[in-house]
Design a protein around this ligand. Sequence first.
Ligand SMILES: NC(=O)c1ccc[n+]([C@@H]2O[C@H](COP(=O)([O-])OP(=O)(O)OC[C@H]3O[C@@H](n4cnc5c(N)ncnc54)[C@H](O)[C@@H]3O)[C@@H](O)[C@H]2O)c1
Length: 300
Amino acid sequence: MKDFQSKTALITGAASGLGLEFAKLGARMGMHLLLVDINEHALKAANDELESIVQASSLGGSSNHFVVDVSDPVAMAVLSQQIVAEHSTPNLIMNNAGIVGGGLIWEHTAQDWERVLKVNVWGVINGVTLFTPLMLAAAERDPKWRGHIVNTASMAGLLTPPNMGIYNVSKHAVVALTETLYQDLRLVSSQVGASVLCPYFVPTAINQSFEDSKDTSTRSQIISKQMLDKAVGSGKVSAQDVAKRVFEAVAANQFYIFSHPQALGNVQKRMQSILDNTQPPDPFALRPEIGEDLRNALKN
Ligand SMILES: NC(=O)c1ccc[n+]([C@@H]2O[C@H](COP(=O)([O-])OP(=O)(O)OC[C@H]3O[C@@H](n4cnc5c(N)ncnc54)[C@H](O)[C@@H]3O)[C@@H](O)[C@H]2O)c1
């Protein structure tokens, strides 16, 4: 997908953070935006802001919003039918909605696992299974039609940071799902592409999602939340920077999208330990003080 003007983009988690910045950039390029989020109030505010951007850009775009829980397959199926009936098949699908969960891996309750996996993994599964066939059908009807699917994973989908197991598992699933999506698409079409976005720490409201639906937390979970607050809050790459990288990557049909390519040394160390059959290395090997702080916090 080389150009974005007049193309339709469906963005989940569009009311905040990365999703909102994807939408703003799309609006400035004259895209037709279909914004999806579970937070009705924030989504309405985002849509109002995006309508102003669309009007100011005078490129003929539009903005519509849909309050939907991405983890609910029935609600997502209804959404896909509504989009088919009232809009055109999205050229760009951004399965981006996500939440966090952390703490020692044996301390998560079944509800904790369900809460995070439903949004982070099932949300992407629902988006991919419902919209890929629609995109392939649009591609079949018109040889000039182009589409692209971007799934938001995380660097936690390529590393295994301690005290973040539930999130790591969910994001490794998104990386595996998207790599397989890429391979499967290559079997049937060259008109629909796929990318996986792996951000490191970017200042957004993601740390707020930690406690939103949790009444009681263990000590390790409180520490995980505190460390996440600090890491996300001090992130130097903005959500706006990430949005720019994502659209450039889609235009270049680039599969892996990194917000912090300088952190890839940690991934290299992990991959090398697999090849060498050695123990998993410190996922923060480039900043060992992070692991040290965590060990101390858990001891005290
Ligand atoms: N910010 C970071 O440091 C960072 C790092 C790595 C990965 N990510 C990933 O980026 C994605 C976007 O997160 P963000 O940082 O912009 O956070 P954010 O909290 O600012 O935005 C996430 C949005 O998703 C929405 N959402 C949550 N559950 C939903 C559901 N069930 N259905 C529909 N919408 C739902 C929220 O209401 C919110 O508007 C997530 O998948 C997150 O895991 C973020």
